[in-house]
Design a protein around this ligand. Structure first.
Ligand SMILES: Nc1ncnc2c1ncn2[C@@H]1O[C@H](COP(=O)(O)OP(=O)(O)OP(=O)(O)O)[C@@H](O)[C@H]1O
Length: 236
């Protein structure tokens, strides 16, 4: 856990991030000096009203979107200045992402969806399937291995998406409203499974949510308003 005055290098840090979309009259400043730090193994919830900049902040920290101003550092390395090739390699090996609608590949079974990141990383097909099966088991959806996303419930599909996000052993998982499309029971099951497996594997989670019950699973909660983070702690 971080504390004020902690000078250790955080796992991930965003400082004074600015990001605007559009130009001239249609310009929206999604981020206006947003800062936060995420420590190794920490579960951090970012909450705030719709349009406050939560998703944009997550995208900047995950290296999906480059901020216009400010700095994003991963273990002290400036992510926002990395060439695209190195950035995508880092995203593939160190990060996992999961969105509101799991974005599984509809044509692939649950097992193949989860095995895919391993195959892309050069793991053999047999090994990838074994490990994918183990991760589906951890998320309680091994019985759905042969189903395609359209044949699963929303909760099963999200648990499969979480297995896919964690299968490569990332240091950080970025979850943007991972339970946004689920009812409260499925949401609880997904969050319990996510928190349990993250704790077990020491994975840090940046969780964007507008749901206070979901945010309660986190170690710490930060609120965004107007593109900035209230009460953010950054290293000196
Ligand atoms: N690709 C984009 N093009 C133009 N404007 C965008 C884009 N993405 C976000 N915005 C705008 O930036 C602002 C912040 O959006 P963002 O999605 O980051 O907020 P949010 O807090 O995640 O909102 P929500 O809770 O509704 O998902 C909003 O005004 C939004 O309309």
């Amino acid at each position: 856990m971080s504390s004020k005055g902690d000078t250790s290098v955080p796992l991930l840090e965003g400082r004074d991030l600015g990001k605007a979309y559009g130009r001239a009259h249609g310009r929206t400043e999604a981020l206006r000096g947003a800062s936060l730090r995420l420590d190794a193994g920490e579960i951090l919830a970012v909450t705030g009203t719709s349009g406050s900049g939560k998703s944009t902040l997550l995208h900047c920290l995950a290296g999906i979107v480059r901020p216009d101003t400010g700095a994003v550092s991963y273990r002290g390395e400036r992510l926002d200045q990395l060439p695209e090739k190195r950035l995508s390699e880092l995203r593939r090996t160190e990060f996992g992402v999961v969105f509101q609608f799991g974005q599984l590949i509809p044509e692939l079974t649950a097992l193949d969806n989860v095995a895919l990141p391993l195959l892309l990383a050069g793991v053999s097909r047999a090994q990838a399937h074994t490990r994918a099966g183990e991760w589906l088991e951890r998320f309680g959806v091994r019985g759905q291995s042969e189903l395609r996303p359209g044949e699963m419930s929303g909760g099963q599909a999200q648990r499969t998406a979480l297995a896919r996000a964690l299968v490569t052993g990332p240091k950080a998982v970025f979850a943007d409203e991972p339970t946004g499309a689920l009812d409260s029971l499925a949401s609880e099951q997904v969050m319990t499974a996510l928190v349990h497996t993250a704790r077990e594997s020491g994975t840090a989670i940046l969780l964007v949510t507008h749901d206070t019950q979901v945010a309660a699973y986190a170690d710490r909660e930060l609120r965004m308003a107007d593109g900035a983070v209230a009460g953010a702690e950054v290293t000196a």
